[in-house]
Design a protein around this ligand. Sequence first.
Ligand code: NAP
Length: 247
Amino acid sequence: MNLEGKIALVTGASRGIGRAIAMELSAGGAFVIVNYNGSESAAAETVRAIETAGGQAEAWQCNVADYGACEQMINGVLEKYKHIDILVNNAGITRDNLLMKMSEAEFDAVIDTNLKGTFHTMRFVSRQMLKQRSGRIINLASVVGIVGNAGQTNYAASKAGVIGMTKTAAKELAARGITVNAIAPGFIETDMTDKLSEKIREQMNAQIPLGRFGKPEYVAKAAAFLASDDASYITGQVLNVDGGMVM
Ligand code: NAP
């Protein structure tokens, strides 16, 4: 995989899957913008890890749920680095609750970050990628957006929405050589899944044919492939990285 000279923006790269994707894209030679919202020191740690491994990166604060802030971030990156070749929409949150107990605030928070956040960055990056006549967009969905999950009405809606937007953007941008794909992870060990009870973890594990939870690095390898020239004829797809959980 050769990503030399590419500028990559990875949202939510301070921790978890986003950090692993930032590291993997950097290992391929890309300069990585490490976006974060609240975790400034964790984002600095991602940048340090990239630099220690011989790569280059810069941390960039932006709440992806904020339309104007996303416009500012992307304009700022373009002013400084002149192009954006890879956009990975990874920032995401959960606010789980049963349907009959879910508050409007819980529903809105998840939609605003996971779904609207993905729209915001794609909206502002697409103009530049159309001008460049090239680009790679990779959106983090979830198997939950395909099969649903009790207690995650908001999250499932956001991720099903991400899949619909991915396919739509893929159709709109294909004529200029831009590919747009989604990755649907299953159960990956990060802060997001750490908070689940032992009972839920056991139930989840029982549904994974490969018999183990995933690591952020597994998702990062798939993202790096989709970002590479080797994936130039793949667009509008949803790639499950889930140990066979959904097939
Ligand atoms: P995580 O460990 O909780 O990390 C979430 C990341 O998103 C953090 O870097 C966080 O940054 C960032 N973030 C959250 N809200 C943001 C906002 N408004 N603006 C900018 N950044 C924001 O989560 P993860 O498990 O790595 O998940 C990464 C993605 O994969 C998410 O989209 C998630 O839905 C998806 N996914 C995960 C799993 C899994 O099993 N872990 C499964 C399927 C899909 P700050 O800390 O700076 O706020």
